[in-house]
Design a protein around this ligand. Structure first.
Ligand code: SAM
Length: 302
């Protein structure tokens, strides 16, 4: 591995602590499924889009090619050859594809998601591709729960790609993901770009889509020409119908229309926020289209 990572193994005690954290969140979730608490305040999160269902459909098209593209997306952006011995936290792991990629790169991986169907999907992906490894643990939890994050231990890499803007409390989530990151560790996040009124429009569309099942077909039809022009066409012109991260275009589109809650951020605000929290920007990549995800890699100062 080309960067300097800690090599703390997953200990039994830590594992029990994590399991308790996962179980504890599960119990609290059943009592109040739409409410998530952060330490200083209580946040009522609006009804979420069921990401997990989309991930379960996507998991059927995961193959070796997508896994290697996902692995490359991690090594490129994190500027490492592999992740041997590193501890990697996948926040909002969705299908589990990037946890699988990190595990294949040699990391000890912990992944979690708040959506039980996403969690089931990641477990199925693990069962299919890495059934015998003890280097990948999967749990259900929320990035808005600081206690949950603290109980997971510390990590060399925290990865939250396309997640924090769907929590309903973006700025709390941005702060919380620093809790499990060790000093000198790297944070890799991707967040929707702020396009002002255009973003307001998409928030309205996504809300309608995720709250009214009967509106999904008309909303999809109405936006297909736009989505084809902004997503499909550029990829066709580049000769890359599959995305750079091993995702599928069709599942990305469903995720885009449904992804709610939906928040956006300007790169300069994110960079300033993390600089004020003792981090420095290592890499930044603008999203392929203006409404897409900007990617950031930060390092926490020791
Ligand atoms: C767009 S998907 C991204 C999945 C994955 N990171 C990837 O890059 O493919 C967003 C994921 O974040 C999860 N999510 C939303 N709010 C969350 C929260 N508060 N805590 C943990 N996961 C959350 C969703 O369930 C969903 O699986």
């Amino acid at each position: 591995m080309s960067s300097n990572h800690g090599t703390a193994p997953f200990s039994r005690g830590r594992q029990r602590e994590r399991d308790r954290a996962h179980d504890g969140f599960e119990a609290r979730r059943q009592l109040r499924p739409m409410k998530t608490t952060a330490p200083a305040r209580s946040i009522i999160v609006e009804r979420h889009y069921e990401f997990g269902r989309n991930w379960q459909r996507f998991s059927k098209v995961i193959d070796e090619k997508r896994i290697s593209v996902a692995m490359r997306s991690l090594t490129e952006m994190l500027e490492v050859d592999d992740l041997s011995g590193a501890r990697f936290l996948d926040v909002g792991a969705g299908s589990g594809l990037f946890s699988l990629a990190a595990c294949r790169l040699g990391a000890e991986v912990c992944s979690f998601d708040c959506d039980s169907e996403s969690v089931a999907c990641a477990r199925e992906v693990k069962r299919r591709y890495l059934p015998d490894t003890s280097r990948w643990v999967i749990g259900q939890g929320s990035v808005l729960e600081r206690d949950y994050l603290a109980a997971l231990g510390t990590f060399d890499f925290v990865y939250a790609w396309g997640v924090l803007h769907h929590t309903g409390a973006l700025w709390d989530a941005l702060e919380n993901i620093l809790v499990p990151l060790r000093a000198d560790g790297k944070l890799y996040i991707a967040l929707y770009n702020d396009q002002g009124r255009v973003s307001d429009y998409w928030r309205w569309v996504k809300r309608l889509y995720s709250h009214n099942a009967s509106m999904r077909a008309p909303i999809t039809c109405a936006h297909l020409p736009f989505l084809a022009a902004t997503r499909l066409l550029p990829r066709m012109l580049n000769g890359r119908l599959k995305s750079d991260r091993g995702m599928s275009l069709w599942h990305d589109l469903a995720d885009w229309l449904g992804g709610y809650p939906f928040e956006v951020a300007k790169p300069q605000d994110i960079i300033r926020f993390y600089e004020e929290h003792g981090c420095s920007l290592l890499r930044f990549r603008r999203g392929g289209d203006p409404s897409g995800n900007n990617e950031y890699v930060f390092r926490v100062h020791p």
